[in-house]
Write a protein that binds this ligand. Structure first.
Ligand code: 1PR
Length: 536
């Protein structure tokens, strides 16, 4: 095939440009990085995957003459594709930490979603588009969902109407894509939107490429879909191999003489399989990260690198994100650890133990120091890139007044007839209980900058008895963030149950997928039958 040179602009280290690069390479095109403004002017296909915060991006663009070159390039109607912030920057202004002036090519102001109502901000997940213009690029979408992750959006107006090629509804109708001549920009992430997204990218890179995406026969996209996430708990086994393991209430060892770590497969192979099977997201948890320093644990970074070359849905990586001093006295900040995960191909990072300590300190002292891993990472990468993973354990109580933590009234009473329970947060892979409840923790981490909550439950982990809906509702009451319900999936009905009884945005499972008891496709077919919006 004829190979275009693609210019990937501004990898200024503020996020995962690697995904876009991987997707372009996967499609068989070469990538050239912009070094100078002349590289922009000489491009024949320009891709601008804006990442990070609006103000920081504008500052970099303006300082080195890139902004001017970009404006010239776009005004000359040369082939351009902006992604996410790469769309927002085309507008006049953004309210993100601002107002901040944008490139001013499209009339309008980029504002924040209003989280006051039923809308959870950030807008994370697979949503539907409404096409408002014939578009060679978007034709591939044909009623499929595409992946969004953002807290700010541009709104349609009379002044920018001629630019808009599609809108998306989330609370209100915002601009999902713009197009004029050869200039395209999309708020969603084609590089993370599976086959549909890849086909959009292919169309941009080669306008004569045929569309291979068929209209869905059932499950036409109409709104934000509930996500199904496959989780891979990863650690080294006794032989030193990195394996996917799975615990029962967090105990991952076989109960045999050898006491081996349970081995359920190879991380990259399983991740690729789940991607092909239709997982909406893949989550890797480095479950011994709390004691083994992840930057010493290079195989894990290699796993993420390899997975991100094959998997074109979002990847979350967690485990061991905290400050660390190695044997030689070299100090690593949690931000450095997270940056290495992002550079390796993670779209989101997840913090467990360190978020518990940060929340405890915040509730005790009542001040945000800005120094916790949570605050620092969300400051640099945006809160949509920071997940807090909670590992709570149920503690039964007779009376809600017996504890200072928020309790739930139980559907099934405890062993001594207790009608209430609180959910105690733990650290170090569930080994140590801390004096803070899941409700209190969730509230605190939202204020400290978390963008999403991954809500496990030690009692239910690996039990196959269903998600713990009372816990999900407890935490949903505490925050306006999207919640990923985790632990306990044993059958397809557990997925419809958690989405019908709670406002969870996603459901995560591990054991049933690893043991091949329930394929992801069966989960989705069941959800469709139950009229739950799902990506097919
Ligand atoms: O504390 O920042 O180093 O992060 C450690 C991370 O590793 C945390 O996210 C923590 O949840 C995870 N983790 C630590 N130890 C274990 C363990 O199992 N021994 N795994 C562990 C957590 C829970 C879920 C599991 C669901 C679904 N695993 O990820 O996949 O419970 O399982 P199921 O569908 O089979 O029921 P830090």
């Amino acid at each position: 095939i004829f190979v275009f040179v693609v210019v990937t602009l501004l990898d200024y280290g503020a996020g995962n440009v690697r995904s876009v690069r991987n997707a372009i390479r996967y499609l068989g095109f070469d990538v050239k990085d912009v070094q100078t403004p002349e590289d922009i002017l000489n491009a024949n296909r320009l891709v601008f995957p804006g990442v990070g915060a609006f103000a920081a991006a504008m500052e970099v663009l303006s300082k080195n003459g890139m902004a001017e070159a970009l404006c010239t390039y776009i005004k000359e109607d040369r082939p351009f594709l902006g992604i996410c912030l790469g769309l927002q920057l085309l507008f006049e202004q953004s309210e993100e930490n601002g107002p901040v002036k944008g490139l001013g090519l499209i009339p309008g102001v980029v504002g924040r979603f209003d989280s006051s109502s039923v809308i959870k901000v950030p807008h994370i997940g697979w949503n539907a588009l409404k096409l408002t213009k014939e578009s060679n690029l978007l034709e591939a979408i044909r009623d499929h969902h595409v992946y969004f992750v953002h807290s700010y959006r541009a709104m349609p107006s009379d002044a920018n109407r001629e630019w808009i090629s599609s809108t998306c509804n989330y609370g209100d109708n915002f601009i999902a894509s713009v197009q004029r001549g050869n200039v395209h920009a999309v708020q969603f992430h084609p590089e993370k939107s599976g086959d549909v997204g890849l086909s959009i990218l292919r169309r941009y890179l080669d306008s004569s490429a045929p569309s291979t995406i068929k209209k869905p026969t059932k499950g036409k996209a109409t709104k934000l879909a509930k996500r199904v996430i496959a989780c891979l708990d990863v650690r080294t086994n006794n032989r030193g191999d990195l394996v996917v393991t799975k615990g029962d209430q967090y105990d991952v060892r076989e109960h045999t003489k050898e006491n081996e770590v349970r081995n359920l497969g190879k991380p990259v192979e399983l991740a690729s399989q789940y991607y092909k099977d239709g997982a909406d997201e893949i989550c890797f948890l480095n479950i011994t990260g709390f004691r083994d320093f992840p930057l010493g644990d290079l195989p894990m970074l290699q796993v993420i690198r390899l997975a991100s070359e094959k998997v074109f849905v979002p990847l979350t990586v967690g485990g061991g994100i905290r400050d660390f001093t190695d044997g030689n006295g070299r100090h690593y900040s949690s931000l450095e650890v997270a940056s290495e995960y992002f550079r390796s191909g993670a779209d989101k990072i997840s913090i467990g133990s360190d978020a518990v300590y940060a929340a405890e300190a915040y509730l005790r002292d009542g001040v945000k120091t800005g120094k916790s891993s949570l605050e620092q990472i969300s400051q640099v990468y945006g809160n949509q890139a920071v997940v807090v993973s909670i590992d709570p354990q149920r503690v039964y109580v007779k009376n809600p007044d017996d504890v200072t933590f928020k309790t739930v009234k139980l559907t099934n009473p405890g062993p001594n007839g207790e009608e209430y329970a609180w959910y105690q947060c733990t650290v170090n892979g569930g080994r140590e209980g801390r004096p803070i409840g899941a409700y209190e923790l969730a509230k605190a981490v939202e204020e400290l900058g978390a963008g999403e909550i991954l809500l496990n439950c030690i009692d239910a982990d690996g039990q196959g008895t269903g998600f713990v809906t009372d816990l999900v509702n407890l935490v949903a009451d505490a925050v306006t963030l999207p919640i990923i319900a985790s632990s306990g999936a044993g059958a397809v009905v557990h997925f419809s149950e958690v989405f019908q009884k709670t406002s969870a945005s996603a459901a995560l499972a591990a054991g049933i997928f690893h043991r091949k008891e329930v394929p992801i496709s069966s989960v989705k077919e069941h959800m469709l039958r139950e009229h739950i919006e799902v990506r097919v």
